[in-house]
Design a protein around this ligand. Structure first.
Ligand code: NDP
Ligand code: 8X3
Length: 250
């Protein structure tokens, strides 16, 4: 059987790297992307010609289009798009948040994701392929400091459902994966490199792992063609809901 090809964004770390590795171990060809080229090279070293590395910034439209135009013939037919690249920046309340951080989240998590999806949709339709969008529980439940990050992920979830409507009859499947707290480089990035804050957040929680999410993606790839999983929402057992808070006037 000819190997299928997946395009995985954010394959330099966390979920994306685990998803790329699981796909490769399962015999897929993978286009692995992210800004840090040196983090993509180990995938090439480990899996050889099954990997095509494309280092670009999701905020750079020209770089996205150039990377797609430069795909070697054996990676040009895309069966699976995993829109994983993304980030949260900051946990400050909206009234004290950094506007540049808000814009970076919107440019990466929303604008970059739709730009890449728009460019690859004709290939996915041709392949009767699968789109997996990595959203978050932050799309579904607000929390203090989640403001724009949660907003970007609500977009991802809703865009996924909208894609399903538009792709009706094409055979293309679309799934929104909505994880809760997972230990990756996510908190290191969110806190601008505060290793102690990252370790403190996950301490004693037994958070979701990148492999847990990669296994969800692999399950999706093995489903029969007549099934579409619309959404998968997962949390660690040790994470749940805190309810409403009420401010009382003095
Ligand atoms: P990581 O920080 O470990 O990985 C994020 C990935 O996104 C990296 O590969 C990074 O690559 C890539 N990325 C970020 N910005 C850009 C950019 N401008 N251009 C290209 N690539 C970019 O975090 P996770 O693995 O946890 O995050 C993956 C996805 O999962 C994100 O969308 C995140 O919002 C989501 N998520 C995470 C959860 C968690 O608790 N960890 C829970 C729910 C959802 P590079 O820096 O090399 O460019
Ligand atoms: C990240 C999950 O719970 O930190 O998307 O918001 S959470």
């Amino acid at each position: 059987m000819t190997a299928k090809t997946a395009f995985v964004t954010g394959a330099t770390s966390g979920f994306g790297r685990a998803i790329a590795e699981h796909l490769l171990r399962d015999g897929w060809r993978v286009v692995a992307t992210g800004r840090r080229a040196e983090r993509l090279q180990p995938l090439r070293d480990a899996f050889g010609d099954a990997v095509h590395v494309a280092a670009f910034d999701m905020r750079d439209d020209d770089a996205i289009n150039a990377a797609i135009a430069a795909l070697p013939a054996e990676f040009a037919h895309i069966d699976l798009l995993v829109n994983n690249a993304g980030l949260a920046l900051g946990t400050a309340p909206a009234q004290r948040a950094d506007l540049a951080q808000w814009r970076q989240m919107i440019d990466t998590n929303i604008t970059g994701l739709v730009t890449l999806t728009h460019a690859l949709l004709p290939r996915l339709v041709e392949a009767r392929g699968l789109v997996v969008n990595i959203s978050s529980i932050a799309a579904n439940y607000p929390y203090a400091g989640g403001n724009v990050y949660g907003g970007t992920k609500a977009f991802v979830t809703q865009f996924s459902l909208g894609l399903r409507s538009d792709l009706h009859g094409t055979g293309v499947r679309v799934t929104s994966i909505e994880p809760g707290m997972a230990e990756t480089e996510f908190t290191l990035v969110r806190t601008s490199g505060d290793q102690a804050a990252s370790e403190a957040l996950y301490k004693g929680v037994t958070p979701i792992t990148a492999d847990d999410i990669a296994e969800q993606v692999m399950w999706l790839t093995r489903l029969p063609a007549h099934l579409n999983i619309n959404r998968i929402e997962t949390m660690p057992v040790n994470q749940s809901f805190a309810g409403f808070h009420v401010h009382r006037e003095a």
